[in-house]
Design a protein around this ligand. Structure first.
Ligand SMILES: [Zn+2]
Length: 416
């Protein structure tokens, strides 16, 4: 596999080496004088890492698009931007060719989930400046599947459109899939029996790789839920196959490594580092994604040689909460809380107490204001993480609902 990957890398590097100012500068000190000299994995590992900070700094210094551009501006056909959850948004350009490459990566995601041209898709997002929805749509068009435009619709209107158009596949954040199921229920619609949806594909948050969230989505929809992972600056790199045994790295289109974030040495768990092979116009080479992942050692029963991440992306390295010496990812807490069946929604806040940092969890419950459920949540977190928490039950409808990524975690501590 590495030989094919390195072949494509060398091919990509020919124009990059010539005319991409950002990477010309970075590659200057590597000791290589042309792409042909990169022949082995260890040669590849001599290329420098790229960080999000570098990309962001470059765009600030050279507005509006920075210097990571291989071609003249007229070659580019579209622009998207990162969400800016960590730092200011980064603008990313695609050429016609790299946009088609995005579509190909999405076709890999669809085909792994056994979605075909006979399916009818709703990509349930508002179609803002983020790349996910647009690329999912482009891939669906390449596949030849019927796809519904639904930006600007309310959740209620989307439910109606799903029923009217016999939608079979829904693509959304896991949070929004649960929200749609909740709205449907209120409207007297049982998605299990009234809709034809058989597959849901989720991105933006780790939910569909968390057993408890996945179970809730599948129960709400009567469909099989798949996780998918990607990023604006990298591409759609994570694919879940029908064995649902974790998330495959798409090693046809990306070179992937896992490193210890401190030493930079290879590890079985740590930070994911990616080079994309089909985005010549604005590539990333050995890009430190900031995603914390765990490689599985065994091969997937589906037969694919592409390696698997256990539980997809476990968390972002920059959003782990260190509380009373314990390093916890929001997704881990979500998985534990949503295992308690009676919890319908929750929010977590860390704050500085008199002596220790405290973690306070507000929950909404299906059974009105159940104290027993609060005790169950306390016990579940104590049991799995050994962490004492304060849990308060609030009335239904108190906590916010989300269409895109949820913002259920806040950190109000003085010293984070
Ligand atoms: Zn597989």
């Amino acid at each position: 596999m590495i030989d094919i990957q390195l072949n494509r890398l060398r091919e990509m590097l020919i124009p990059v080496w010539k005319s991409n100012d950002f990477y010309k500068e970075k590659l200057r000190d590597t000791g290589f004088s042309n792409p042909e000299e990169i022949q082995t994995l260890s040669d590849y590992q001599n290329l420098p890492f790229t960080t999000k900070d570098e990309l962001s700094t470059d765009q600030v210094a050279h507005p509006p698009y920075g210097t990571n551009l291989t071609f003249p501006q007229e070659k580019y056909t579209c622009i998207h931007q990162t969400s800016g959850t960590t730092g200011s948004p980064i603008r990313w350009l695609d050429t016609r060719e790299s946009w088609d490459w995005w579509g190909k990566c999405w076709r890999d995601i669809y085909s792994a989930a056994e979605v075909t041209s006979a399916d009818r898709l709703m990509i349930a997002f508002s179609f803002g400046p983020f790349i996910g929805f647009w690329s999912a749509y482009h891939g669906a068009q390449q596949l030849g599947a019927f796809t519904i435009a639904n930006g600007g619709m309310t959740s209620d209107q989307r439910i109606r459109a799903i029923l009217t158009n016999d939608v079979t596949v829904v693509i959304s954040t896991p949070t929004y899939a649960l929200r749609l199921a909740e709205v449907a229920k209120k409207e007297g619609v049982d998605l299990n029996t009234d809709s034809k949806v058989r597959v849901t594909i989720h991105a933006g948050e780790p939910g569909a790789s968390l057993q408890s969230t996945k179970q809730r989505i599948e129960n709400g929809w009567g469909a099989k839920a798949y996780d998918h992972i990607g990023a604006t600056e990298v591409g759609a790199w994570g694919v879940m196959c029908k064995a649902q045994n974790g998330v495959h790295l798409n090693e046809d289109e990306f070179i992937c490594e896992v490193i210890d974030p401190d030493s930079g040495k290879h590890a079985d768990e740590g930070e994911l580092v990616i080079t994309n092979l089909g985005r010549v116009g604005m590539p990333v080479i050995r890009y430190r994604t900031g995603d914390f992942v765990k490689l599985k050692s065994e091969q997937c029963p589906c037969g694919s040689e592409h390696r698997i991440l256990d539980g997809g992306v476990v968390g972002r390295l920059d959003n782990a909460i260190i509380i009373r010496g314990l390093n916890v990812y929001p997704a881990t807490i979500e998985n534990i809380i949503l295992k308690v069946q009676d919890v319908s929604e929750f929010a977590v806040r860390a704050y500085s107490g008199d002596t220790f940092d405290e973690l306070e969890i507000q929950i909404e419950t299906f059974n009105p204001m159940s104290d027993e459920t609060a005790s169950d949540v306390i016990a579940a977190i104590q049991g799995e993480l050994g962490l004492r928490t304060i849990v308060k039950t609030v009335s239904n409808g108190t906590l916010p609902r989300y269409e895109l990524k949820s913002r259920r975690f806040t950190d109000d501590r003085k010293n984070k």
